[in-house]
Design a protein. Structure first.
Ligand code: COA
Length: 357
């Protein structure tokens, strides 16, 4: 067995230079070799919210299906970096590899710790990653699925062998937990998820069809104003809203319901796959009613479209990898299956990824 540029042995199916963009001879497949996730310890229930805003458990459950969510211990500095590091460590351990085995890390987040450096670098540092390339990607709730498509194609193209994709978000820092913010604050929770993708000689494994879309005109339906210039025309510029998520819930709901169905249809058509051939739809958890409407539209049984929103709320970029990790650990997502990742959110963005595992 020969060695790569870093002196590591590499297997005999054509891998070349390793991290940094060497090319591998021949076509390769892509497999998921590990996953990990993290939920902060602090649980914020609907009853807790009743104490700080004019709302009720009944209203929240009926409109969203959410009963509780986890939020970071901000006072002690818990945020995106720390959650991401937990998820990455767990995914590496699940994949039975170390930090040095990674060639690239992508962190999908809209709540990066700082403008510079990228949170992926901070997470890598926490975990002891010393040589892999790393960067953040922001496509809001669709970020993880965007990053998965990117990671897959980079591996399939032959330039990278092992890529960690993280979805980490800490929306609690962007919430107004008062009656003024009740339409938004009830939905979001904090979490991190990570999946590790690796080249395999089995070329059947990998993405069968994917989609990434955006419509910038809809930016104003979910945004976080930083300055008074950031409010859309016609909307009052309110300094108390700076740094807090502004969401037009009804518009997003309408967008999500139609987008969800269209996206499933588009992806199945591209992959020439029938809905009944998909073993699991791993969907962004935005609202129980949106998920249930997709189930009904495609006649999917409950065990084919996973729902955990009741326990965790909408965890933005972490939503899909958190579901993936829970499903893998429960043995419900495994090798040989076809699974579809689906997400939509701020931007407006929407994306899918249909896999042969
Ligand atoms: N508790 C009690 N009442 C609330 C409330 C809360 N937490 N939030 C809003 N309300 C009130 C409103 O003030 C409004 O009262 P009014 O009629 O007296 O003005 C009423 O409930 C209806 O508000 P509306 O915003 O139309 O509610 P809705 O039925 O659209 O539900 C959401 C709100 C946010 C739950 C819903 O729109 C939704 O889930 N949207 C999608 C959000 C989403 O998925 N975002 C993430 C995308 S990735």
């Amino acid at each position: 067995m020969s060695q790569d540029l870093h002196g590591r042995p590499h297997s005999g199916f054509g891998f070349g230079a390793g991290a940094g963009g060497g090319t591998f001879a021949g076509r390769v497949g892509v497999e998921i070799v590990g996953s990990g996730s993290y939920l902060p310890q602090r649980v914020l229930t609907n009853q807790d919210l009743e104490k700080v805003m004019d709302t009720s458990d009944e209203w929240i459950v009926q409109r969203t299906g959410i009963r509780e969510r986890h939020i970071c211990d901000a006072a002690n500095g818990e945020a995106t970096k720390r959650m991401g590091a937990h998820a990455l460590r767990r995914a590496l351990s699940d994949a039975k590899i170390g930090p040095d085995d990674l060639d690239l890390m992508i962190c999908a987040t809209m709540t990066g710790e700082m403008n510079c450096p990228a949170t992926a670098n901070l997470i890598g540092h926490e975990v002891g990653v010393k040589r892999a390339g790393s960067f953040d990607l922001n496509a809001a709730c669709s970020g993880f699925v965007y990053a998965v498509n990117l990671a897959h194609d980079l591996i399939r193209g032959g330039a990278y062998r092992t890529v960690a994709v993280m979805g980490v978000d800490c929306l609690s820092t962007l919430m107004d937990y008062s009656t003024a913010g009740r339409g938004t604050a009830i939905i979001f929770g904090d979490a991190a998820g990570c999946a590790i993708f690796r080249a395999t000689p089995d070329t059947r494994k990998g993405i069968l069809a994917q989609a990434m879309h955006a419509d910038g005109e809809g930016w104003k339906e979910i945004f976080v104003p930083r300055t008074m210039h950031d409010f859309p025309a016609g909307q009052a510029c309110d300094p108390s809203k700076l740094g807090k998520v502004q969401m037009n819930g009804a518009a997003v709901f309408k967008f999500a319901v139609s987008t969800f169905s269209n996206l499933i249809e588009e992806t199945l058509e591209k992959g020439n796959v029938k809905p009944e051939e998909v073993d699991m739809f791993i969907c962004h958890q935005s609202n129980m009613r949106i998920l249930k409407s997709a189930r009904e539209r495609f006649g999917l049984s409950e065990d084919k479209l996973y729902i955990n929103i009741d326990r965790v709320g909408n965890t933005v970029g972490a939503s899909v990898p958190l579901c993936l990790d829970e499903l893998r650990k429960a043995g419900k997502v495994r090798e040989g299956q076809k699974v579809m990742f689906l997400a939509f959110g701020g931007g407006l963005t929407w994306a899918s990824s249909l896999w042969q595992l």
